[in-house]
Write a protein that binds this ligand. Sequence first.
Ligand code: SAM
Length: 198
Amino acid sequence: MKDRYSLLAPFYNRLTKLVFGDQLKQSKNYFKENPSKKKVLIIGGGDGLDYRNFQNQLAGEYWEVSRAMLRLAKLNLSKSQLTFHLGYFQAEKEIDFDEVWLHFVLDTMLDEEILSLLVEIKKSLKPEGRIYLADFFAPKNAFQRVLNRSMINFFRIVVAHKRSSIPDYEVILQSQNWVKISQKEFLKGWVKAQIWRL
Ligand SMILES: C[S@@+](CC[C@H](N)C(=O)[O-])C[C@H]1O[C@@H](n2cnc3c(N)ncnc32)[C@H](O)[C@@H]1O
């Protein structure tokens, strides 16, 4: 599998902080509550840096398709109880995760990939399990629209980003019977943190 993030991985986190300050980190961690009691599935967590401060409370699985990102995540989260996996998440027989964290990963995937991932997630979450989503939604003003377009073009060139638009997460999740139960907006609603349950 070609690692499209190999060049960007060492700079990715600093780049996002340069453009968005702490807002993306805050959106990822807004709904976090007592992760130490839970088994968490993190998909596309990147370098894991934004989870480092509470890594000793983290147990579960960490899936990444970028070898470079995964290598950084293993270093940044070396004191966690997470197991690290390279590749696309596939549900095992046992259904046992309490939470799935999807932080700025669905916006990199085609609609059909999101749908297939949700099928795998459904198989591996406990019935009362939750999806914790944080991602870019439709930009809210002209400045955000320009920045959004520039980001998409940048990622299309640097990491062969597959999309030219933001996915309609809510329509996709609702089509598989997920129900939104909480939401917090960041950057005037361009970024949202949401919790979904079945
Ligand atoms: C835009 S980056 C965001 C990284 C991190 N979540 C963050 O917020 O800093 C997207 C990450 O998702 C990973 N990724 C994309 N599709 C994936 C998939 N199907 N399974 C696991 N990881 C994936 C990429 O390798 C990349 O590291």
